[in-house]
Design a protein around this ligand. Structure first.
Ligand SMILES: Cc1ncc(C[n+]2csc(CCO)c2C)c(N)n1
Length: 228
């Protein structure tokens, strides 16, 4: 991961999108997440039931903190226009994802909605999201949300047709690769592009720090899932 400033970087590229500065400063970890063996196994429908159960049990705890972080984005956004997409997504997670996919998938796999043991990476990820949430700093909050959604779009959009027949994989891929999801990631990136360039150098560095920490945690999360 590199530490080149936005000012220096933006002078050297044709399209100086703030979100691209953040992403490019996360290589090689970013690509390691998107091309992770565990993600490729999901895309091919080849994860064992035991691994998938443990991954989804931990991920459900991730999604809990993620949903709280979305609430902080609703609260800290600087305009009504910006609050609306976050609000819509809170509703979607609370209904489609939480009620539908996780409950069905964990029932199918014999998993628990409240596992007694949280993996270290799950605790660390929840701590980062709590730190962003309690900062009430819009740019930091969006940085963490953006990493989580953008990397998921990254691996899911690599899935080949036809998708696996088993709903455990097919629905998890489809959740992260539809037109709506692509637009949602575009919105998150657009918010960083909108507010990032106007921040002071120190604040830009803080946004980068949260973005990089989230990317490292995404890598550790897949490593954890793969190692089970
Ligand atoms: C470690 C981890 N990182 C990102 C996501 C992506 N994501 C964030 S909330 C949500 C549910 C709504 O689609 C999804 C899939 C994840 N699940 N787990």
């Amino acid at each position: 991961m590199s530490g080149i400033s936005y000012a220096v970087w933006s002078a050297s590229v044709a399209d100086p999108a703030f979100s691209e500065w953040l992403r490019s400063a996360c290589e090689p970890e970013w690509t390691a997440v998107v091309e992770h063996r565990f993600a490729e196994e999901i895309n091919r429908g080849e994860v064992s039931d035991d691994k998938m159960r443990r991954y989804l049990e931990q991920d459900f705890q991730f999604v809990d903190s993620f949903t709280a972080l979305l609430g902080a984005a609703v609260a800290s956004a600087d305009s009504f226009e910006a609050r609306v997409p976050f609000s819509r997504f809170v509703g979607q997670i609370a209904t489609d994802t939480e009620r539908s996919y996780f409950h069905r998938a964990l029932a199918e796999l014999g998993g628990e909605l409240s596992p007694t043991v949280l993996e270290p990476v799950t605790l660390d990820f929840r701590a980062l999201m709590d730190e962003a949430r309690t900062s009430q700093n819009y740019a930091l909050i969006v940085a963490v949300l953006c990493v989580a959604e953008w990397v998921y779009l990254g691996w899911a959009s690599r899935a080949k047709q036809p998708l696996p027949e088993n709903f455990l994989y097919r629905e998890w891929i489809e959740l992260h690769d539809g037109e709506d999801f692509r637009a949602w990631v575009g919105f998150l990136r657009g918010e960083l592009d909108r507010v990032g360039p106007g921040l002071g150098v120190e604040e830009q560095g803080r946004v980068l720090d949260f973005f990089q920490r989230a990317t490292r945690l995404e890598l550790r999360f897949f490593d954890m899932a793969d190692a089970q």
